[in-house]
Design a protein around this ligand. Structure first.
Ligand code: PEP
Length: 238
């Protein structure tokens, strides 16, 4: 299974960041990452230009969310079809920052169906809060999110396990906890599905995390804003 290294820029960036794929490619040329898939997920307005700047460099582009509908009266929303039309191959769905704003498993499932409809691969995010982990409910919470968020008739998808308490905090789940959780998710989603870890992945911890059983890549927020860090993580995956 090919490793997938994904950068989630969240609401960061500007027009000038379209030079970043070229900078990354200089640091880790295609030859040096031939067993790794690279994906950047910028804010919506930059998707098309990032796609144009990335296509020849073997870097895929994804959205950070999509609406469940194909089109219509949904002010401010973007459909999966529009992302695909702008060059995206993937879309992140159910990120904890969106779940915290009220997005439910049913919403995430509807968006995953929209992604399939548009020919995109959804990256379906799941993860427990600190309270749930401390109460011994991490595995059951993630299992419940997976069963509620993944459509019964699913095409190819990716799962990102992101403990909520590890996102943007500098705290990382222990290798033992990552191993247990990914083994559990593996049983639920089968052998063909890539399972990413996300939560304060940095150049210094990436090699250990990526070497863990059933970790097929990483979803990276903060460290993906700096191409030198993103490149170092990619090298750790290679
Ligand atoms: C994320 O945005 O999904 C994430 C894991 O962020 P960070 O790497 O900054 O913790």
């Amino acid at each position: 299974m090919r490793t997938l290294i994904t950068g989630n820029w969240k609401m960061n960036g500007e027009q000038a960041w379209t030079i970043k794929p070229a900078g990354f490619d200089k640091m880790v040329p295609i030859q040096a990452r031939k067993h790794v898939d690279i994906l950047l997920c910028p804010p919506f307005p930059y998707i098309r230009e990032l796609f144009v700047a990335s296509a020849s460099r073997n870097i895929a582009i994804g959205g950070q969310d999509c609406h469940a509908s194909e089109q219509g009266a949904h002010t401010g929303e973007v459909s999966a079809e529009m992302l695909a039309d702008c060059g995206a191959d993937y879309v992140i769905i159910g990120h904890s920052e969106r779940r915290a704003g009220g997005e439910t498993d049913a919403d995430v499932q509807a968006k995953a169906k929209a992604a399939f409809r548009a020919g995109l691969t959804p990256i379906i995010c799941v993860g427990e809060t600190l309270e749930q982990r401390e109460a011994g409910e991490a595995l059951s919470e993630v299992e419940s999110q997976i069963s509620g968020s993944i459509p019964d008739q699913a095409d190819s998808f990716v799962v990102a396990y992101e403990p909520v308490w590890a996102i943007g905090t500098g705290k990382v789940a222990s290798i033992a906890d990552i191993k247990d959780m990914h083994a559990h998710i593996r049983e639920l989603v089968g052998a063909e599905t890539r399972i990413l870890y996300g939560g304060s992945v940095k150049p210094g911890n990436a090699a250990d995390i990526l070497a863990t059983d059933n970790v097929n890549g990483a979803l990276i927020g903060g460290a993906s804003l700096n191409m030198a860090d993103f490149a170092a993580i990619t090298r750790a995956a290679s």
